[in-house]
Design a protein around this ligand. Structure first.
Ligand code: NAP
Length: 455
């Protein structure tokens, strides 16, 4: 087994850097350092923690070009999208800098007691296992609220974005966080398993595949540690007869193709009612054919490569198996190592892999249905539960379905997206727990009941 990680630019397969795994002694020291930092950090006022958030925001602003380039080199997304990712992290810092004090204030609850309230105490060191698809955003949306609540954090990032992991650690250091508050570890899965068992680790959060979620949750369960799981999705994008295609076609294409389709909340199944189907297909195909591939560092490139070649191999299999079951490819379906051409499939039935499974790439299966009722029925025919989106001018129809949606999100005339102000998370095979907003900062706290009777 290798003792190191080699990061590779997926656009040209050139090696970027090699990183040695931390030894078990180094990991032990890191964990000890995190525990020690916690005792100091939890005493720091929330005002001071918020001040450091402003420092982070400033560093992100100052370094955004370099940081964006690092993202693009390591996982292949177009530079403009990497820049937007860094900018979104800045708004997250601003949001919690403004609101954390309010979110973490004692919550008074009237009872027979002289005074009763809930206080929100930090738990300790939280372990985060994170994916490569938004290598800054995924880490920030966990780390910013979690540290601001007074916890410390240890990050095990996806191995292909190790450079981003170390850059993030460096940002926390430069922003003035006490040493040990935020540490990145370079470790394999076995080391993570051991770490979860360590008494210092109080809870674990994972964003990634269902398989990884089950493995991490099983280990955490064995040691009675809380988990938050943000797993894959298979979001439906419903297009009803009266959808305003002129206005929303850019949004609809973006919902599937941004980040080369490698987003948990991307639109992965298009369900289109019969009378608008032909027009939708025409406009969707035209827009998709306008996407420009090429070196993701190039400003003109609007669709990058996948993060790794093997991810393209999985997509190819899902498409081929669906075609064998009767699906028709009407554009794309060419793979050149980590590049996968945006692909559109029609004649979709619910038993096909492109409908049943999550496709983590630029693949759009388009299903034709009779009417709105059938569209919503098909949309909910999935094991996943991240989100559903619908495009229609009949807001009443969209509103009538709010209660029936079992997902973590329901967006009308908008793509499902994360926003610092709104809770984010899934149901069913998409995981559990919430990130962002007030809910996110309360995931890793002890909601302590305090009950006082004055003499
Ligand atoms: P993955 O295997 O789940 O990787 C995500 C993170 O989990 C990485 O840091 C990975 O580390 C770690 N990991 C995986 N198995 C682990 C284990 N048993 N113990 C400890 N750590 C573990 O995801 P992937 O293989 O890169 O992508 C495959 C699929 O994951 C995609 O097709 C998609 O379904 C899903 N995915 C979802 C999201 C999302 O945002 N919801 C993001 C990325 C991927 P290593 O890198 O060292 O393996």
């Amino acid at each position: 087994m290798s003792n190191s990680i080699k990061t590779v630019n997926p656009f040209n397969n050139e090696q970027l850097k090699e990183y040695n795994f931390h030894t078990s002694e180094q990991l032990t020291q890191l964990v000890k350092g995190s525990e020690k930092a916690f005792h100091q950090w939890r005493q720091t006022s929330i005002k001071e923690r918020c001040r450091l958030l402003n420092n982070i925001a400033q560093i992100l602003e100052d370094d955004k070009e370099d940081l964006a380039k690092l993202i693009t080199l390591e996982m292949g997304k177009p530079l403009s999208q990497s820049l937007s990712e860094i900018e979104k992290c800045t708004t997250l810092c601003d949001f919690y800098a403004t609101n954390a004090e309010d979110f973490l204030a004692d919550e008074l609850i009237e009872t027979e007691a002289s005074e009763s309230f809930v206080s929100y105490d930090p738990l300790g060191t939280i372990l985060a296992v994170m994916p490569w698809n938004y290598p800054f955003w995924q880490v920030f949306r966990f780390a910013i609220p979690t540290l601001t609540a007074g916890n410390t954090a240890i990050l095990k990032h996806a191995s292909n974005v190790t450079g981003c992991a170390l850059a993030i650690e460096n940002i926390f250091e430069r922003a003035g966080y006490p040493q040990g508050c935020f540490s990145a570890i370079i470790a394999d899965h076995q080391a993570v398993e051991k770490l979860i068992a360590d008494d210092t680790i109080k809870a674990v959060t994972l964003t990634g595949s269902e398989k990884a979620g089950k493995a991490i949750a099983a280990t955490a369960g064995k040691h009675l540690k809380k988990t938050v799981l943000e797993l894959g999705g298979n979001n439906a994008c419903i297009i009803l007869d009266d959808a305003d295609l002129e206005k929303y076609m850019d949004t609809i294409v973006n919902a599937r193709m941004q980040n080369a389709g490698q987003s948990c909340i991307a639109a992965k199944r298009f369900i289109v009612t019969a009378s608008i189907y032909d027009e939708f297909l025409k406009q969707f195909k035209a827009k998709v054919s306008g996407l420009k591939s090429g070196d993701p560092l190039n400003n003109e490139t609007t669709i990058g490569t996948l993060a790794r070649t093997d991810l393209g191999d999985i997509l190819k299999k899902q498409i081929d198996n669906s075609v064998a079951m009767g699906a028709t490819v009407i554009s794309g379906n060419k793979q050149d190592q980590a590049y996968f051409e945006p692909t559109i499939l029609i004649n979709i039935t619910p038993d096909m892999p492109v409908f049943r499974e999550e496709t983590f790439g630029p693949v759009a299966p388009i299903m034709k249905v009779k009417n709105a009722e059938e569209a919503f029925k098909m949309a909910s025919d999935t094991r996943f539960g991240l989100g559903t989106m619908v495009f229609t001018q009949s807001i009443e129809t969209a509103q009538n379905h709010i209660d029936a949606i079992e997902d973590g999100a329901y967006f009308v005339n908008e793509l499902v997206k994360s926003d610092a102000r709104l809770p984010f998370g899934g149901t069913k095979a998409s995981g559990y727990g919430r990130e962002l907003s007030r809910e996110g900062i309360h995931e890793f706290v002890n909601r302590k009941t305090v009950y006082i009777n004055l003499l």
